[in-house]
Design a protein around this ligand. Structure first.
Ligand SMILES: Cc1cc2nc3c(=O)[nH]c(=O)nc-3n(C[C@H](O)[C@H](O)[C@H](O)COP(=O)(O)O)c2cc1C
Length: 186
């Protein structure tokens, strides 16, 4: 697909078909993530792909977290109400890509921006291949538990992406008008 069309057609997808996604397709998508630019070319990412029961256990951690904490406790933890619906999307999508970073690194804002570039490449390539994706930050509320479950306490979970064949075609979500967010100075 033409790049501009891919950018225009990408949506956050929250309903997925059960259809399996091949390992080759997932590796193609993650390869596009790997090719993203990064501050000082540090490439501060490490991908762990989870499916089936392990993926569902991660979603359950998120659901249990919201069940076990009162509204007040969740407010204190700054745990948003979107965690429960996001966990349900994780269960529905056949693939969850966890995006980790090194723990003992001198993490800085440049690395956060780099991960953003990497994840956007992932989401765009998924769209290009006819797949749907959801960029997920809500998973960080169970980051330590997920790292422990996967024997990856050496890494920090930054975010995740659900991937699968879409079972919905949402309209484009609203965006600010270009004229309201640009300024030419000469
Ligand atoms: C950094 C980041 C984190 C996000 N985290 C979540 C999330 O945890 N759960 C969710 O349902 N959507 C999440 N989203 C998706 C946004 O809600 C979505 O991109 C936005 O509403 C615009 O919709 P669109 O992607 O369809 O254009 C996230 C998006 C970004 C860029």
């Amino acid at each position: 697909m033409e790049l501009k069309k891919v950018i225009e057609n990408r949506r956050s997808i929250r309903a997925f078909k059960k259809t399996n996604v091949s390992n080759e397709i997932i590796e193609d998508i993650l390869n596009c993530g790997r090719l993203a630019p990064s501050a000082k070319n540090r490439q501060p990412w490490y991908f762990v792909i989870v499916k089936d029961e392990i993926k569902d256990k991660i979603a359950d951690l998120m659901l249990n977290d919201t069940i076990n904490n009162t509204k007040e406790e969740r407010k204190k933890l700054k745990c948003p109400s979107s965690v429960t619906p996001t966990a349900k999307v994780i269960k529905e999508a056949p693939i969850l890509v966890l995006i980790f970073r090194d723990k003992d690194d001198n993490w800085n804002i440049g690395d956060s921006l780099s991960i953003g570039a990497c994840v956007e490449n992932i989401c765009l390539r998924a769209t290009d291949l006819g797949l749907g994706s959801l960029w997920i930050r809500d998973i960080v509320y169970v980051a330590d538990e997920v790292a422990k479950m996967l024997n990856h306490e050496d890494l920090d979970l930054n975010c995740a992406v659900s991937i699968g064949y879409p079972n919905q075609s949402p309209k484009a979500r609203p965006r600010k008008e270009l004229k309201d967010i640009i300024e030419w100075i000469s």
